[in-house]
Design a protein around this ligand. Sequence first.
Ligand SMILES: NC(=O)c1ccc[n+]([C@@H]2O[C@H](COP(=O)([O-])OP(=O)(O)OC[C@H]3O[C@@H](n4cnc5c(N)ncnc54)[C@H](O)[C@@H]3O)[C@@H](O)[C@H]2O)c1
Length: 282
Amino acid sequence: MKKVGVVGFTGVMGAGIVQLCAQSGYEVVGYSRDPERTRKALAVIEKHLGRLVDKEKITAEDKAAALSRISATDEMNGLAACDLVIESAVEDMNLKKSVFTELDGVCRPDAILATNTSSLSIIDLAMATRRPNQVLGLHFFNPAPLMPLLEVVKTIATSDETLEAGKAFGESLGKTIIVARDAPGYIVNTLLIPYLLNAIRMLDRGQAGHEDIDTAIKAGLNYPMGPLQVADYIGLDSLLFIANIMYEESKEPQYAAPPLLKKMVTAGWLGRKSGKGFYEYR
Ligand SMILES: NC(=O)c1ccc[n+]([C@@H]2O[C@H](COP(=O)([O-])OP(=O)(O)OC[C@H]3O[C@@H](n4cnc5c(N)ncnc54)[C@H](O)[C@@H]3O)[C@@H](O)[C@H]2O)c1
């Protein structure tokens, strides 16, 4: 693989994936229809690479080379020459299905189509194309250039060749690879989401205060962040959205969103991004 396309490249995850691929030597084409968001995303990538230069993690030449490998397009057709396209658009099934159908129409027949979805069924996206055997999940973690893990997700239709290509691609990005089945939550969120929801339930029933819950996990288990800090970092709306999808799919009570989480989202307390969640942020 030489050329990678990223749909949704102006988003938090998309911009990180573009930066990571360019740093790893791939030609990257970011697709966005909004010129203002495109400009901002390119500026953010440049800023992040600049910080790496300041910290002496990369040289100024590395930064310039990575930037020279990035281009943007406002037409899906601009992704026609890509060997792999990673879709990282907003978490909406209908929107993603239409992106996959469009990609299938413009991409080379041998190109692999991947999604960064955190919770949606990947086989549903694969069936929006005529190449379900060449569709898989590549689930990155935020921030994509820094977090070591990549969950490579195989649907019941993903071919062994596609899975192997996905794993090799992830390794070329320097990631630690795990293979997961196409079930909501994969491996990390299947463990993480009930843990975060339980911390919120504990707070809701008054068993402990928010700082004590976080301190318990940090000082007792040596985790770098407590569960309520993690929830604020993810965004409480995103957490609610993922929990709802996991509950919908499995009907397991462990994924049922606690009332306090729903109320906070209704109140617009979304965590770090809104300035208030379980903590206040300036
Ligand atoms: N945020 C995380 O921690 C995280 C981690 C792993 C995976 N993900 C997944 O990554 C994906 C993107 O999440 P995000 O947090 O970067 O969201 P975001 O809102 O920051 O970015 C979404 C991107 O989608 C684009 N977009 C909107 N409508 C579109 C359309 N019709 N066609 C093409 N692009 C469109 C937006 O312009 C934007 O670039 C989601 O599937 C999410 O589940 C998120």
